[in-house]
Design a binder for this molecule. Structure first.
Ligand code: UD1
Length: 426
């Protein structure tokens, strides 16, 4: 298994191109199951999760081909075409690699009247059930049975529009139900729906395919079902988690970095946190620039929340930053119950952190010291790289396969702005 070696202490300086958002590209790819015409997605990031979903879609009968490279509207283009769905089964050995693959359930059910999808795997950050996906599809008339780790969903007369109120906000379940409702008979109203920019991006693509959707970006989304959808070309929005991660990487190292092909509104909850800690971030015509004013940054209190609140996917990276802040910070993780697995690893590097259930109290230390550490999930792995960039000496991060699921060429991007980082192949 590959490892990543970081020698800390270098100030990051230069320009980083932000890739397309993984969490938007995945549901957008699944949307190709809703139409027999080609769907073309530009700015698709080069990631293991994209490759895993491609495998699942191929099994369903989708032809997938990638062309071009780089980021932006003319960057990597993924052509998807599901002329005919050849299988409504998404098997365990493919689905277990990535939770987002459960998103095929709604579209398969809407287009073919049946779907058999394995219960998903993914990061070990909590129990992460799919009950809301299932209840929403049941509300739309699907008959669902759970057997041998598989969800068997069927509808004899097609899905019907329904009103569904989410008991908790769920990104994936909102996406699944929007896609199912796009081809259902009648009107679906989703209340307490998720408002993440990736859902808005998916909605825009579905609208370009002919779907009737209102209320994107609000907590009430109304979908008027149509009988068929067409193909479309869509550019994936910039990755806000990658954007936030590089803002924090620059801040940790006291660097000055320009982030290109991204937008300030996507990291709206991070910017006030950085400002309160003493980091200057400014909007530029192509993205954002970040600079630390030299002084030691300050402690801040943060709570993770569904969008537009502070994203759970930046919590571990923020903790790496706050580990060396002046004063005591508190982070409350409200989305996932087991998302402090990076804490013991950061403590191996000299961080002073206490956890009590969902709350972490971080007593800032002057400097972390490099150490061998282990990545436990996708966002935790990048937080350890960030901690290593600011630490004294060598940090060796093992189990970096998590990282390749969600960050495109991170060691290349960081070394191009002056980080001492390399991948050790085993
Ligand atoms: C998505 C993101 C992930 C991010 C998360 C929260 C993708 C591909 N992944 O994951 O990076 O960390 O949003 O912002 O977009 N829940 C249930 N029942 C369900 C579904 C969810 O109880 O049926 C719970 C989860 O366990 C969790 C919370 O709801 O506690 C939020 O999960 P959800 O928003 O669904 O996350 P994902 O869509 O899996």
């Amino acid at each position: 298994m590959d490892r990543i070696r970081v020698i800390g202490g270098n100030r990051l300086q230069g320009r980083i191109n932000i890739s397309g958002a993984k969490n938007a590209a995945l549901p957008l790819m699944v949307a190709s199951l809703l139409t027999d015409e080609p769907l073309e997605l530009a700015n698709v990031p080069h990631l293991a999760d994209i490759a895993s979903l491609t495998q699942i879609l191929r099994q369903q009968g989708t032809t997938c081909s990638m062309s071009g490279h780089g980021s932006g509207a003319d960057g990597r283009v993924l052509q998807l075409h599901t002329k005919k769905v050849t299988s409504t089964l998404a098997p365990y050995d493919l689905v277990r690699k990535m939770r987002a693959s459960f998103l095929v359930a709604g579209p398969l059910l809407a287009r073919c009247g049946e779907a058999t999808v394995s219960l998903p795997g993914g990061c070990a950050i909590g129990t992460r059930p799919v009950d809301l996906h299932i209840k929403g599809l049941e509300a739309m008339g699907a008959a669902i049975e759970l057997e041998d780790g598989y969800v068997h969903a069927k509808t004899k007369t097609g899905l019907k529009g329904a009103r569904y109120v989410f008991p908790v906000v769920s990104v994936g379940a909102t996406e699944n139900l929007i896609m199912a409702a796009a081809l259902a008979k009648g009107t679906t109203v989703l209340e307490n729906a998720a408002r993440e920019p990736e859902i808005v991006d998916l909605g825009h693509c579905l609208q370009a395919m002919g779907a009737q959707i209102d209320g994107l970006g609000t907590s009430t989304i109304t979908i008027e079902g149509v009988t068929s959808l067409s193909g479309a070309r869509h550019t994936v929005l910039p990755d806000r988690i990658e954007t936030g991660t590089f803002l924090l990487a620059a801040a940790i190292t006291g660097g000055a970095v320009d982030l290109v092909d991204t937008r300030a509104d996507l990291v709206g909850a991070l910017l006030p946190v950085l400002a309160a800690a003493g980091i200057n971030v400014a909007e530029t015509p192509h993205g954002l620039s970040v600079e630390r004013n030299g002084a030691r940054h300050l402690a801040v209190d943060v709570e993770t929340e569904p969008y537009p609140g502070f994203p759970t996917d930046l919590q571990a990276q923020l903790m790496a930053f706050l580990a060396t802040a002046e004063g005591t910070s508190r982070i409350k993780e409200t989305i996932f119950e087991n998302r402090f697995m990076h804490v013991p690893e950061m403590m191996r590097m000299g961080a002073d952190i206490e956890t009590d259930g969902q709350l972490a109290t971080i007593h800032g230390v002057q400097r972390l010291k490099g150490a061998p550490v282990m990545a436990t999930d996708l966002r935790a792995s990048v937080s350890l790289i960030l901690a290593g960039l600011g630490a004294e000496g060598e940090t060796l991060v093992s189990r970096v396969y998590h990282l390749d699921r969600g960050f495109e060429r991170i060691e290349e991007k960081l070394s191009a702005v002056g980080a001492q980082i390399e991948r050790l192949k085993d």
